[in-house]
Ligand binder design. Sequence first.
Ligand code: SF4
Length: 336
Amino acid sequence: MKRRRADSEVTAPPSSLALPIVSPLDQLDPVAAPRRRHAALGRLPAFARADKVRPHLDALLTHASPQQRLQGDPLELVHRYVDPLDQEWVGMLASAVAYGRVTLFKPRLSALLTSLGPHPSAWARSASPEAVMQAFAGFSYRMTGPGELAALAWATAQVQQRYGSVGALAAASLEASGGHWREALDRLVQTLWRVDLTPFVGQREPNRRLAHLLASPAGQSACKRLNLYCRWMVRGPDGVDLGLWPVPTRLLVIPLDTHVHRIAGFLGLTRRTDLSWRTAEEVTARLRRIDPDDPVRYDFALSHLGISGDCPSRRDLVHCRACPLQPVCRHWDARR
Ligand code: SF4
């Protein structure tokens, strides 16, 4: 059994960087991780339309109630908890399975979380690997079986035990990376995956399914779900995102999925056709022209415009009339 932490440790704000505590998991050290130098975000591409697009994106933010949208979003699961450690632990799981249809994965994760009680992260930190595996036994969603989700839950709990919070690890990784956010994220992922996962997936290292569940930006992947998790944890608090981690919002990268990608294309935020990290950086760089300090502030509204089915991806008099982006959408620009 893992040592049960005192309540004061469990509920402490996850912002302190002072940490190495108790755990024998000395291998969980972002500073000791292999140093990879990623290019910084690079030169910002020109975006002459920034001033024109900004007011319409601002209008999109107020177009529908965020609280209403939240009901159809996995982030709502995180808002069910008040302890920051529970929020970041649940957020890790909820963002990791946020692929496919929210109506399919959210009820399954919701049922699992309910079965874990009101403080699931404290439970995970004190439970044995066998108990975690048993608790997750009934979970399954597409490519994610009980072993994969239990492994992620366990690794996240071990990082919280070692560093105080995942946010503290993120901040330490950022410092160790000299301020390069992409490298910091890679360190964060590598640190999580240095936990021994044998009880969950039969091998120490993450298997292919786990690498899909939590991808590192060291590759070409846009890492939509990792960037989504970071948006939830870093931005705000604003009623949607939680503002838990001591990381500057200006460093965040847009969680690029098919919805955000196609609407970004309509607005001239990118011409790239691939869902890659490079495309995510390009969209983010242009959004940074609109809001240098908080480039991903429009992500929630953009993604829900796509998820809701309100954007038909063509000139459509009925749907587009109500869309705040219509004056700057290329489907309408092209005919002027
Ligand atoms: S104007 Fe129409 S096509 Fe363009 S983003 Fe809005 S809903 Fe989509």
